[in-house]
Write a protein that binds this ligand. Structure first.
Ligand SMILES: [Zn+2]
Length: 207
C-alpha cells in the first residue's frame, strides 16, 4: 500500500488525532522530502559532554556557564568556547533536525574567534537557520546529567533562557536534571553530559 499517495498532514497538533491508519498516512506525508531538507516535521538529537576541571589557573576549567546561567562551583567546563554544554546540545539538535553540519563543523575549536565565545552566538545561528529553512521550533526536551551543582534549583532559569533564544514560550522547552549516581566521570563530578531532542514544524503549518 502506498501510504504517501493518500497521506494528508494537517499540522503538528493534527497528527496525534484520528485512527492509526490516518496517523500512519499523515506521518508518511509529513516526512516526504525529509532527505532533501523539506517535510512538515523534522526531529533532531543533540548530545554534548565537557570535562569539568578546577577553575583556571588551578586547572583548565572555565567559569561554569550552563544554559546561559553562571554557576558558582569550584570546577568548570573545559572547552574552546565558554563550554556551555546545554546551549551546545540544543544547537546540535536544531542543526541535526535540519540535516546540517554540527556545531563542531560550523564553529571549529581551532578558530581563535571562538575562544571563550558566549555559546548563545552558536544557538542564535542555529535558530536563524531554522527560520531560514522555513521551520519553527515545535518543542525541545533537554536532559542535563550533572552531579553538582544541582540542576533543580536553576531549571526555571534554564528553560526561560532557552525559550528566549528560540523565540518560543517556555511551555515548549523542558529541562530535566539527573545525576549519574556517583559512578564514572560524570558521577564523580569530572564531567557534564547533556542530551536534547528537538522537533521542528513547518512554519505556518499549525502550532
Ligand atoms: Zn560543547
Amino acid at each position: 500500500m502506498d501510504l504517501r499517495g493518500n497521506g494528508r498532514f494537517s499540522g503538528f497538533e493534527g497528527w496525534s488525532v484520528g485512527g492509526a491508519e490516518k496517523s500512519r498516512c499523515g506521518y508518511a506525508s509529513a516526512m516526504d522530502g525529509a532527505s532533501t531538507g523539506t517535510g512538515a516535521i523534522r526531529i533532531g538529537h543533540g548530545y554534548d559532554l565537557h570535562r569539568l576541571e578546577p577553575i583556571a589557573p588551578e586547572g583548565k576549567g572555565r567559569p561554569f556557564v550552563l544554559g546561559g546561567v553562571r554557576l558558582e562551583h569550584d570546577r568548570g567546563p573545559v572547552g574552546h568556547s565558554d563550554g556551555d554544554a546545554l546551549y551546545h546540545a540544543v544547537t546540535d539538535a536544531l542543526l541535526g533536525a535540519l540535516g546540517m553540519p554540527d556545531i563542531g563543523e560550523l564553529f571549529p575549536d581551532d578558530d581563535p574567534r571562538h575562544d571563550g565565545q558566549d555559546s548563545a552566538v552558536f544557538l542564535d545561528e542555529a535558530v536563524r537557520r531554522v527560520r531560514a529553512a522555513g521551520y519553527a521550533v515545535g518543542n525541545v526536551d533537554c536532559t542535563v546529567i550533572l552531579e553538582r551543582p544541582k540542576v533543580k534549583e536553576i531549571k526555571d532559569r534554564l528553560r526561560a533562557n532557552i525559550a528566549e533564544r528560540l523565540g518560543v514560550g517556555v511551555e515548549r522547552v523542558n529541562v530535566k536534571g539527573k545525576t549519574h549516581e556517583k559512578v564514572d566521570a560524570v558521577g564523580e563530578g569530572r564531567a557534564i553530559e547533556v542530551h536534547v531532542v528537538a522537533l521542528l514544524v513547518r512554519a505556518g503549518g499549525g502550532s
